[in-house]
Design a binder for this molecule. Structure first.
Ligand SMILES: Cc1ncc(COP(=O)(O)O)c(C=O)c1O
Length: 429
């Protein structure tokens, strides 16, 4: 093990978070080498700075004019230069401020500065690197984003176990979650995603409290838990009953044995899917500044060893966009537009004729809703919709059909759902 890794580990080895680290997580560190020597040079090399692996001219990065002319409003360096490993400090700061504005209960709580990743998948993958090892237990509701399997099971050989997302009354099944945790070993990784992909479900305030209480009970009973909060679709809440603060805000000071990680980002929240900009934020009752700084360094080590740094132009566009005085207003307009589509979907689903062999699972947020497909097979229905009606949907196994209403114009929602019902009826005949 490198001396720097050992030094980092020494800071946290008496804390529960140390027990959560994977073998790779323990070996990970952020090297001092080029990055810190460059930082020293940026500060003190007043004559020539010959440390940087970039081509410079007159204090700016050099560039290909055909590329430069495509973007106005950014300097050449804001487009082409490397960003720091943990991301642009100003963007990390503004994301933190927004996180607190959107989750006011975080105001007096201690969490790390958000670290910038190359999208949320990258954030999940880093957490998996640092905390998930072979045969570790990762549990998540049975309706989950399919890529979790690649990230946790294929890459890191964890055992991914699921519990029923809903109970018989179609509420979040906190009991099933707790029973599943009980059956696992001492270390458990819990992966929660609200608004959920694929169902479009977010818990109510009461349900969220039940989840937190169940996790605290399990922490009390001696489990070491890492709770990953995948907040990809955060903010797209369309009903008042939903808890509008992330569960991360409750978990980050809930119990010494709970380490919470918030994975969120600009991808869906700021409508910049291809920019590849996400964030990782750590919190935990037993995590003081020194421990948070260790997690930050290990995270930077993971970034440095995979993508090295994340896209600079993306970070600068997001930063400048978020600084605009009309930003909040523009963002509210987008949420209102998607909410309008959601309301149409809700109306269509409520009016679904009884002989349609579909059952809509509860949905109240996010981009999607999912049908349980009875008897006719979800993959059959998907193909039938595509071949006969030119409509694309996603089948999940043979039981579920996911519809992304986020990507369909409001004027077409009625027709879309009417056609899905018609097709399902035709197949059921
Ligand atoms: C639940 C969930 N998590 C993470 C992601 C990944 O987001 P990104 O495109 O930023 O990697 C997605 C994208 O579809 C998602 O649905």
């Amino acid at each position: 093990m490198d001396k720097l890794a050992a030094e980092l580990n020494a800071v946290i080895e008496n804390k529960p978070v140390y027990r959560l680290l994977s073998d790779l997580g323990r070996r990970m560190y952020f090297p001092k080498g080029i990055i810190s020597q460059s930082a020293e040079a940026r500060k003190d090399a007043y004559k020539y700075n010959a440390t940087i692996g970039m081509a410079m001219e007159d204090g700016q990065t050099m560039f290909i004019p055909s590329m430069r002319k495509l973007v106005n409003g950014l300097s050449a360096s804001e487009m082409f230069a490397y960003a720091p490993t943990a991301g642009l400090p100003e963007l990390r700061q503004i994301w933190m401020m927004e996180m607190i504005r959107k989750n006011p209960s975080l105001v007096k709580k201690k969490v790390s500065m958000p670290i910038i990743t190359s999208g949320l998948t990258h954030g999940l993958s880093i957490v998996s690197d640092l905390f998930v090892g072979e045969n570790d237990d990762v549990i998540t509701p049975n309706m989950f984003w399919g890529n979790y399997k690649l990230i946790f099971n294929v890459l890191h050989k964890a055992k991914v176990d699921t519990f029923a997302l809903f109970d018989d009354n179609y509420h979040f099944n906190a009991d099933a979650m707790e029973e599943t945790i009980k059956k696992m070993g001492k270390k458990v990784v819990i992966l929660l995603n609200f608004p959920n992909n694929p169902t479009g479900y977010s818990p109510s305030t009461a349900e969220q409290q039940q989840i937190v209480q169940a996790l605290v009970r399990q922490a009390d009973s001696g489990k070491d838990m890492l709770v990953i909060c995948d907040d990809s679709y955060f903010g797209l809440f369309f009903e008042d009953i939903i808890e509008h603060q992330s569960i991360f805000a409750s978990l980050c000071d809930a119990h010494d044995n709970i380490t919470a990680v918030k994975i969120d980002g600009a991808t869906k929240e700021e409508l910049v899917w291809g920019f590849r900009t996400g964030f990782i934020t750590y919190g935990g009752k037993a995590l003081d500044d020194a421990a948070l700084s260790v997690l930050e360094k290990k995270t930077m080590g993971s970034i440095r060893s995979t993508v090295s740094t994340c896209s600079t132009i993306s970070q600068n566009i997001i930063l400048k966009g978020m600084r605009s005085i009309t930003y909040h207003q523009e963002k509210a307009a987008v949420v209102a537009k998607i909410k309008g589509r959601y309301m149409q979907v809700k109306k269509a689903v409520q009016a679904m004729p009884a002989d349609v062999p579909l059952v809509a699972m509860p949905f109240n947020s996010g981009y999607f809703m999912t049908f349980v497909v009875k008897k006719i097979g979800a993959e059959n229905l998907r193909k039938y919709l595509l071949e006969h009606y030119g409509i694309g949907t996603i089948s999940i196994g043979d039981k579920f059909l996911r519809v992304a209403f986020s990507s369909v114009d409001i004027n077409n929602i009625h027709d879309l759902f009417g056609t899905i019902f018609k097709a399902a009826r035709e197949l059921g005949r």
